[in-house]
Design a binder for this molecule. Structure first.
Ligand code: ASP
Ligand code: MG
Length: 407
C-alpha cells in the first residue's frame, strides 16, 4: 500500500478504448490499496496536430499563444479519463495544471515548475477518489497557461511524485522500457532492467527520447523511483533508481545517438576573463540549450569558441549568436556547420574500468568513420561525426560493447 503516480503518454491514451484500458490500470492500483494519481498526455498526436494547425495560421506563432493552444490537448484527456473511471464505477476528479496550483516561470513553451499546491490533491485522495492531472502544463503566477517542453508530461509526473512523496512513479508508454540503444535503429537492442539516474540523465540528454532530461533530474534530486513500462502488457519495464555498487560491473549500459546537430563557432573572440561567461549567459537567457562547448586559444590572443545545438534550435539561436559576435568586435564572426550527429556510450562502470574510450575510438576508426570532436564526462564518451554515419556508428558502438548480451 502506498501512493502511486501513474503517467500515460499520448499513445497510451490515443483513443477511447485505450483511455478505458489506462483507467483500468489506475483502478487495479487503487484496488490493491494504493492512493492513485494519474497524469495524462494529449491523445495520440494531438500536440503535433495543434502545432501544425498553429503554423497554418502563423509561421512563427507567439509562444504564449502556442501554449494557450497546446494546453487544450491535455485538458481533453483528463476529462475523458475521469469519465472512463466513473463509467467503471470509481470516483475520480480531473484537474488542469492551474487547478492544482502548478505554477511555473513564464518561459512559454519550456517553462519550469516552481511550485505545486498538494493540498487539493490530498483532499481528493483522502475522499477516496482517483485524481487525474493534466500533464505538460502549468500556469504563470499571473495565471497564463504555460507548457513544459515536448514530452513535458514526464516532468509533471516526477514533480508530483516528489511533492506527494510517492512510493513509485510509473511511466506508461508504448515501449517495454529503456533500451540499450534506440531499437528503431539498432535491431538487437535490449531492454535494460535497472539503470541509475545518472546514466539515464546522460542517455536522455544524448537523444534517448523516452524520458525528458529534466524529468530525470527531478527524479534524482528527490530520489523518486521511476518505472518505465509498456501500457499494452504487464511485464516489468525499466527501473530508474539511485546508483548501487552492483551497477559498476557493467562497463557500458547504453549507447545513444543525437541525429541532427549544428556546430556553431564564434571565431576571433578576445581572450580575456568574462567573455565565455557573457556568451553563454546571453545564450542561456534566450533559453537555448547548448552542448559540447570547446574553446581553442590561438597564438594571437584570440579564441575560437564552438558548441553544438539541435538543428531545430538554430533558428532561435542565430540572432543571439550574431548579436554576440557583433558586440565582441569587428573581427569576431560566427560560422555554422550542420549535418552532424553525436554517438555516445554511457555507463557508471567507466568510473572504475579503463580502456573504454580507446575501444570506442578504434571501433569507429576501423569502420572509417571520422571523429570530429570528442567530449567526455565521468560516465560518458561522445563523438561528433557526420550525420550520415550516425545510425551505422550507433550499431557499431552497441556491438563493440556487446550491449545485446545481458550481464
Ligand atoms: N503532449 C505533449 C507532447 O506531445 C506532452 C507529452 O506528451 O508529454 O509533447
Ligand atoms: Mg505527446
Amino acid at each position: 500500500m502506498g501512493l502511486i503516480v501513474q503517467k500515460f503518454g499520448g499513445t497510451s491514451v490515443a483513443d477511447t478504448r485505450r483511455i478505458h484500458s489506462a483507467a483500468r490500470r489506475a483502478v487495479a492500483a487503487k484496488t490493491r490499496g494504493n492512493e492513485v494519481v494519474v497524469v495524462v498526455s494529449a491523445m495520440g498526436n494531438t500536440t503535433d496536430d495543434l502545432i501544425a494547425l498553429a503554423r497554418q495560421v502563423c509561421e512563427n506563432p507567439p509562444k504564449r499563444e502556442l501554449d494557450q493552444l497546446l494546453a487544450t490537448g491535455e485538458q481533453v484527456t483528463i476529462a475523458l479519463m475521469a469519465m472512463a473511471l466513473h463509467d467503471q464505477g470509481h470516483e475520480a476528479i480531473s484537474f488542469t495544471g492551474g487547478q492544482i496550483g502548478l505554477v511555473t516561470d513564464n518561459a512559454f513553451s519550456k517553462a519550469r515548475i516552481q511550485s505545486i499546491n498538494k493540498q487539493r490533491i490530498f483532499e481528493q485522495l483522502e475522499a477516496g477518489r482517483i485524481v487525474i492531472v493534466a500533464g505538460f502544463q502549468g500556469v504563470t503566477p499571473e495565471g497564463d497557461y504555460t507548457t513544459l517542453g515536448r514530452g513535458g508530461s514526464n516532468a509533471t509526473l516526477v514533480a508530483l511524485g516528489a511533492v506527494l512523496q510517492a512510493d513509485v512513479c510509473e511511466n506508461y508508454t508504448d515501449v517495454d522500457g529503456i533500451f540499450t540503444a534506440d531499437p528503431r535503429i539498432v535491431k538487437n537492442a535490449r531492454k535494460i532492467d535497472r539503470i541509475s539516474y545518472d546514466e539515464m540523465l546522460e542517455l536522455s540528454g544524448l537523444g534517448a527520447s523516452v524520458l525528458q532530461t529534466r524529468a530525470v533530474e527531478f527524479a534524482k534530486k528527490y530520489n523518486v523511483p521511476l518505472h518505465v513500462r509498456n501500457s499494452q502488457n504487464d511485464s516489468e519495464g525499466t527501473w530508474i533508481v539511485a546508483e548501487t555498487p552492483n551497477m559498476e560491473h557493467i562497463v557500458v549500459s547504453g549507447a545513444a545517438l543525437k541525429k541532427d546537430l549544428t556546430r556553431v563557432t564564434i571565431k576571433n573572440v578576445p581572450d580575456r576573463p568574462g567573455i565565455a561567461a557573457k556568451i553563454f549567459g546571453d545564450i542561456a537567457a534566450a533559453n537555448i540549450v547548448v552542448d559540447d562547448i570547446i574553446q581553442n586559444v590561438m597564438d594571437d590572443n584570440t579564441a575560437n569558441i564552438s558548441f553544438t545545438v539541435e538543428h531545430g534550435d538554430l533558428h532561435d539561436i542565430k540572432p543571439v549568436v550574431e548579436r554576440i559576435a557583433r558586440e565582441l568586435g569587428p573581427k569576431a564572426h560566427a560560422t555554422y556547420q550542420g549535418d552532424l550527429a553525436k554517438v555516445s556510450a554511457v555507463g557508471v562502470g567507466m568510473r572504475v574500468h579503463t580502456g573504454v574510450a580507446q575501444h570506442m575510438f578504434k571501433t569507429l576508426a576501423d569502420a572509417r568513420i571520422n571523429i570530429q570532436n570528442i567530449t567526455t564526462s565521468e560516465i560518458k564518451i561522445s563523438c561528433i561525426i557526420n550525420k550520415d554515419d550516425g545510425p551505422r556508428a550507433l550499431q557499431l558502438v552497441h556491438d563493440a560493447f556487446e550491449l545485446d548480451k545481458s550481464k
